[in-house]
Design a binder for this molecule. Structure first.
Ligand code: SAM
Length: 283
C-alpha cells in the first residue's frame, strides 16, 4: 500500500432511526473528499440532518462498474472516500461488492465503519438461536423459483434470515409454511427502529394468519427469521445401542436400563426408553 493513497471507508448508516449513526461514522463522512451513495437525494437528507456537506457521487447497481474506475483514480491520487447505502450496512443486500473488491485488488485500504444492519438487529431481538445463522437476503420474486430455494433450505439446521418487502411478505411466508412446515417457529421483525416497529413470533402458518388479518402489519420493511430444522427424533436406534440396551435390561429395571444405555451410547433417553418398552412387550 502506497503511503499517499486514499482509504475507502465502508460506512453503515441508520435503518430508520437517524440517531443510530455512530460518532465515528459522522466524523469520517464529514472528512472524506467524496461520499459514494446509492441514492444521492436520499443520503443528502441524512447528511444535511448532521450538517455534513461532503460532495456525493452516485454508485448503484447499474453504474457500479463504471464509477469504480473513477473512484479508484481518486483513491490513487490520495483522496479518502466513503461508501454508504440507502440504509444499514453497504454490501448487505446493497451495492458495493464490486467497488470494495476492486479497491482491495488494487492493493488499497478498505476500512469498515460498523453500525446498523437489519439482519443483525432483527436476530438480536428475535429469541431464535443466534449462535449460527444463514443470511439469505431476498428470495426470488417468482413463486416457482422462491419455492425451489426454500426446498433447498428446508433441512438447514441454522436459523434462516430473509429480507422481504411489503408487497411480497404474505406470499413469501405462505410459501415458507408450505415448504418448511406450517408449525415451524419463525419471527417477523417489521419496521425496526421506526415508529411502528413490531417483532412477532409464531408458527409460520400462525404468522401468515396474523398478517392476513391485519393489512397494517403488511406495511413497511421486513426481516423474516425461520428456526432451523429440528431433526425428528431418529426412529431407528443404532445396532450397537440396542445391543447395550438389551444387555442392561437383563440386569436392571427397564427405566434404569434405558437411562444407562442412553448415557453410554449417546442415544436419546426417550428413544432408548421407547425401544426398551417394545423389547419388553415382544418378549
Ligand atoms: N443494507 C441493509 C442492511 O444492512 O440491513 C439492507 C438493505 S436491503 C436493500 C433493504 C431490506 O432490508 C428491506 O427490504 C428489509 O427487508 C430490510 N430492512 C431494512 N431496514 C429495515 C427495517 N428498519 N426493519 C426491517 N427490515 C429492514
Amino acid at each position: 500500500m502506497a503511503m499517499n493513497e486514499g482509504v475507502l471507508y465502508v460506512v453503515a448508516t441508520p435503518i430508520g432511526n437517524l440517531q443510530d449513526v455512530s460518532a465515528r461514522a459522522l466524523d469520517i463522512l464529514g472528512r472524506v473528499a467524496r461520499i459514494a451513495a446509492e441514492d444521492t437525494r436520499h443520503s443528502r437528507k441524512l447528511l444535511t440532518h448532521y450538517g455534513i456537506d461532503t460532495p456525493l457521487i452516485a454508485v448503484h447497481e447499474h453504474n457500479e462498474r463504471e464509477v469504480t474506475e473513477t473512484l479508484l483514480d481518486m483513491l490513487r491520487s490520495g483522496d479518502d472516500l466513503a461508501l454508504i447505502s440507502d440504509a444499514g450496512t453497504p454490501l448487505i443486500s446493497d451495492p458495493g461488492f464490486y467497488l470494495v473488491r476492486a479497491v482491495r485488488q488494487a492493493g488499497m485500504r478498505v476500512v469498515p465503519m460498523p453500525g446498523p444492519c437489519a439482519c443483525v438487529a432483527a436476530l438480536s431481538a428475535s429469541g431464535l438461536p443466534t449462535d449460527r445463522f444463514v443470511f439469505e437476503g431476498f428470495l426470488p420474486a417468482r413463486q416457482h423459483a422462491r419455492r425451489q430455494r426454500l426446498e433447498a433450505l428446508r433441512a438447514e439446521p441454522r436459523t434462516l434470515v430473509f429480507y422481504e418487502s411489503s408487497h411480497r411478505v404474505a406470499d413469501c411466508l405462505a410459501d415458507m409454511a408450505g415448504v418448511m412446515g406450517a408449525g415451524r417457529d419463525a419471527v417477523i421483525a417489521r419496521e425496526l427502529t421506526k415508529t411502528f416497529e413490531t417483532i412477532k413470533a409464531g408458527s409460520l402458518s400462525g404468522l401468515v394468519t396474523w398478517l392476513l388479518e391485519d393489512a397494517q402489519q403488511q406495511r413497511g420493511e421486513f426481516v423474516i427469521m425461520v428456526h432451523g430444522e429440528v431433526p425428528a427424533v431418529d426412529a431407528a436406534m443404532d445396532r450397537e445401542a440396542e445391543r447395550v440396551l438389551v444387555l442392561l435390561m437383563q440386569e436392571l429395571p427397564l427405566k434404569q436400563a434405558a437411562a444407562l444405555a442412553a448415557k453410554i451410547t449417546g442415544q436419546a433417553k426417550n428413544l432408548c426408553y421407547q425401544r426398551a418398552l417394545e423389547l419388553k412387550k415382544a418378549n
